[in-house]
Design a protein around this ligand. Structure first.
Ligand code: VG1
Ligand code: CO
Length: 563
């Protein structure tokens, strides 16, 4: 196969955000747009390791996936990449890619997904580079990739090289002036499920689900939202763990996610919530498009906030064989995530790190052996078994804990609050607002922060004294790199917090995120401890809207999504 060099001009805006480059499909379809970015990913992501590299490639099945993989094959071959390991039909969940990079010791991987964003010809596509530790590229690497996109003058490709990745097997090709290029197409789910079988006690979970252990079947419903987890979860739940086929919902990956918004939260997975509310089922879970997010529900639709989910898993790690074997090195959460896990860390005497939003910040801590379990309020939970958050792992962690404790989800959560206290949490998202207004709001608020320190603010007769207020900055304890501008924080004396951030995963306009956390000690009494979160959070929400003038700046009276 011949190698051609194509002269190009740079495209503006190819800057990876919180988790890769995400744009509308038509933007990726512009001539050379995807090609430019892939060339930049190979040069900026691999550097001197490009020639002879092996990469894992796969995505969540969304619209444009096959075309993007064809581009990657042609450009990788021309650039001297030695081998690509591709999921059959291009299908690999984000956690599965992370696992394969680690297991096969590759130089990294390319994940084709826009995660929880809708798919289809008019919706979102995304490209993310992961490094050899299996985790999302850190800021230095994505900065290098971006710098190349602003100056790129040409890319190389093999125009005639067309590789079928619809059947499992290996093929190799002679590239003129470069050498042998190999493509290995693998089963999308096998390696991942093998990893899960090593982490969890499948027999114990199966005996719990089928009722062998308890005399009562455990009825669950798991919604894959037409994302990538369908093939994984159907094999796992039904074939391996003995659940009924009726436990599965929307398991066929679709290029447009069946028209849905593959984000597992109370708004976009409402059908699942409504079904659970009917009271027949014991448990519900949902995952996002690429399989790294999870939502956990108990009987009657009892909602487990991701921050609580993380804390409960942290408090019950001895239920999971992986942690019994490897020990627990430490915990972490992203800054906006409620500090419930901090309380568990304190109780068990482990370190707890607070990092900026985005899974890439956990990787260094894990690689340094400082971190075993971490999570984000955005429905992300995971451990150091890979370097991505992992939706199916979180489901299995819960099932394992339930199998051991033999209590309902609600009982487990309420006992947890009684023991550790409750960090009530909500997030308001104002999606696709005018970027100018959103930026102005942040510019309006930031300079005022120092002035709030020591002041008392109030709403609905409740007073809050400000203990600290700043723009969050993170110094990585391992490599000392600094991430600035990670969100405006107002922290109150009791630990309650308000946080304002602009999203880094959107593809159009701006999304403002307001995070509200209200802290309750066990001593407040059960009336308060178990009260609905909206009631407990109302005063602080009012304070947040007042201080930020968010509604005036965005022109929105209501958020698009409340979680
Ligand atoms: C959002 C979430 C963040 C998450 C990121 C990627 O980022 O807030 O916690 O890590 O999405 O999630 P932002 O910048 O829009 O707030 V996804 O499932 O790529 O995988
Ligand atoms: Co995702």
């Amino acid at each position: 196969f011949k190698v051609a060099t194509v002269a190009v001009k740079p495209f503006a805006g190819q800057k990876p955000g919180t988790s890769g480059l995400r744009k509308r499909v038509p933007e990726f379809q512009q001539e050379n747009y995807t090609e430019n970015f892939i060339q930049a990913v190979l040069d900026g992501g691999l550097g001197a390791k490009k020639a002879g590299a092996t990469l894992v490639v796969g995505g969540d099945g969304r619209y444009l996936l096959p075309q993007a993989i064809n581009v990657i094959i042609k450009i990788a071959a021309a650039n001297g990449v030695k081998k690509l390991i591709i999921g059959k039909d291009g299908i690999l969940s984000t956690p599965a890619v992370s696992n394969l990079i680690r297991k096969r010791h590759t130089s990294g991987g390319i994940i084709l997904t826009a995660s929880h964003n809708p798919g289809g010809p008019k919706n979102d596509f995304g490209i993310k580079f992961n490094c050899e530790n299996g985790g999302p590229a850190p800021d230095q690497t994505t900065d290098a990739i971006y710098a190349i996109t602003t100056q790129i003058a040409s890319y190389k490709l093999c125009p005639e090289l067309n590789v079928d990745f619809g059947a499992i097997g290996k093929d190799s090709f002679e590239i003129e002036g470069v050498g042998q290029f190999e493509v290995e197409v693998i089963d999308s789910v096998a390696d991942y499920l093998e990893l899960m079988s090593e982490i969890f006690d499948f027999t114990q979970i199966k005996d719990f689900i089928t009722g062998k252990a308890t005399g009562q079947k455990f009825n669950l419903l798991v919604d894959s939202m037409h994302g990538v987890t369908g093939p994984y979860i159907s094999t796992l739940l039904v074939d391996i763990l003995g659940a009924d086929a009726s436990s599965l919902s929307r398991t066929v990956p679709k290029p447009d996610f069946g028209g849905g918004h593959p984000d597992p939260n109370l708004t976009y997975a409402k059908d699942l919530v409504d079904t659970l509310k009917q009271g027949q089922l014991d448990f519900g879970a949902a995952f996002d498009g690429d399989g790294d997010r999870n939502m956990i529900l108990g009987k009657n639709g009892f909602f487990v906030t991701p921050s609580d989910s993380l804390a409960v898993i942290a408090a019950n790690l001895e239920a999971i064989p992986y942690f019994r074997k490897n020990g627990v090195h430490g915990f972490a959460r992203s800054m906006p995530t409620a500090a419930a896990v901090d309380r568990v860390a304190k109780a068990v005497g482990k370190r707890c790190f607070e990092v900026p939003t985005g899974w890439k910040y956990f990787g260094n801590l894990m690689d340094a052996g400082l971190l075993s379990l971490c999570g984000e309020e955005s429905f992300g939970t995971g451990s150091d078994h890979i370097r991505e958050k992992d939706g199916i792992w979180a489901l299995l962690a819960w099932l394992q804990i339930l199998a051991v404790k033999k209590q309902s989800v609600e009982q487990i959560i309420k006992e947890h609050w009684q023991k550790y206290g409750r960090n009530v949490f909500t997030r308001y998202d104002y999606e696709n607002v005018d970027a100018g207004g959103a930026n102005l709001m942040m510019k309006f608020l930031e300079p005022q922060l120092p002035g709030y320190i020591g002041k008392t603010v109030s709403a609905n007769g409740v007073e809050f004294k400000v203990a600290a207020a700043d723009n969050f900055e993170y110094r990585d304890p391992v490599d000392q790199s600094i991430a600035k501008n990670q969100g405006l924080r107002i922290i109150f004396e009791d630990g309650s917090r308000l946080i304002f951030r602009l999203s880094g995963t959107g593809s159009a306009g701006a999304t403002v995120r307001l995070y509200v956390e209200s802290v309750y000690e066990p001593s407040v009494g059960l009336d308060k401890l178990f009260a609905p979160s909206e009631d407990l959070l109302r005063p602080l929400v009012l304070v947040a809207l007042d201080l930020s003038k968010l509604q005036q700046f965005t022109g929105r009276n209501e958020p698009t999504v409340i979680t």
